[in-house]
Design a protein around this ligand. Structure first.
Ligand code: 13P
Length: 248
């Protein structure tokens, strides 16, 4: 258990160094057995933890070992473990770009990068839930039932894994994906992989391919091509109309 505590401290440091958490944000947990979990304590900076900042709890959230109170988000972690028996570690943080999407209420659910699809599945955005409540725990556990990364509306992100390092690396991938998605949105286009391409990616893994919408982003505001001359003529016409109105 001491080794796992050290790993939790190390992951906390990396989350803080990469700016995925500020002040006392974020929490980390690891499943030790069906009834024992290590979790970060509430209200501690993840960048400066020592072993007293990691406590042992049971599957109801009761403190078994340690002097500090467990994370306020422990119900969310425990609900995820209940829903996903393959999950052995959970990381929650507020990485700025992914959290920007979550705060804007914008999904990152387009299948645009093969590695991300294979690693995280389809990153969904949950409805809003109050931090630290059973309501949020239920919403998140439901949202992460089929995928390994999730955006929490107006809050942050959660990733899961079969080891703590895997859950942590998935958080890195999620934020990297958010940055790339942001660039595609700035450029105004997303080339989205179709469900057939996604199925091919999963063919060798033996796992079921996640469902994606294969519609390109920006379809709500229909896109069309315009030559420079056409655009100049349209602007010229508008200016002419404005001038005519001023003359009247
Ligand atoms: P804790 O300090 O209680 O783990 O809460 C931090 C947090 O990020 C809440 O969402």
């Amino acid at each position: 258990m001491n080794e796992i505590k050290k790993e939790i401290i190390e992951v906390g440091k990396r989350l803080w160094q990469r700016g995925y958490v500020a002040a006392n944000d974020g929490n980390i947990s690891v499943k030790i057995s069906d009834s024992k979990f290590l979790t970060t304590a509430t209200g501690v900076s993840k960048g400066f933890m020592d072993e007293s900042d990691v406590v042992l709890v049971d599957d109801k959230g009761n403190l078994l070992e340690g002097m500090k109170k467990a994370s306020s988000e422990l119900p969310m972690h425990l609900e995820i473990y209940k829903k996903r028996d393959d999950v052995l570690a959970v990381v929650h943080s507020h990485p700025p770009t992914a959290t920007g999407f979550a705060a804007a209420g914008i999904e990152m659910d387009k299948g645009i990068l093969p590695e991300v699809i294979l690693t995280l599945g389809n990153v969904k955005l949950t409805p809003y839930g109050t931090t630290g409540t059973d309501e949020l725990a239920r919403i998140v556990a439901e949202g992460i039932s089929k995928n390994n990364g999730l955006l929490l509306q107006n809050h942050g992100a959660v990733t899961v894994g079969t080891s703590l390092m895997q859950a942590y690396y998935r958080m890195e991938t999620l934020e990297h994906f958010a940055n790339i998605t942001l660039v595609t949105r700035i450029l105004g286009r997303q080339s989205v992989l179709g469900q057939e391409e996604i199925a091919k990616l999963f063919a060798k893994t033996g796992s079921k391919a996640p469902e994606f919408s294969d519609k390109s982003s920006g379809e709500k505001s229909e896109k069309f091509m315009l030559s420079r001359d056409d655009l100049t003529n349209i602007i010229y016409d508008i200016i002419k109309q404005i001038n005519n109105q001023e003359d009247l």
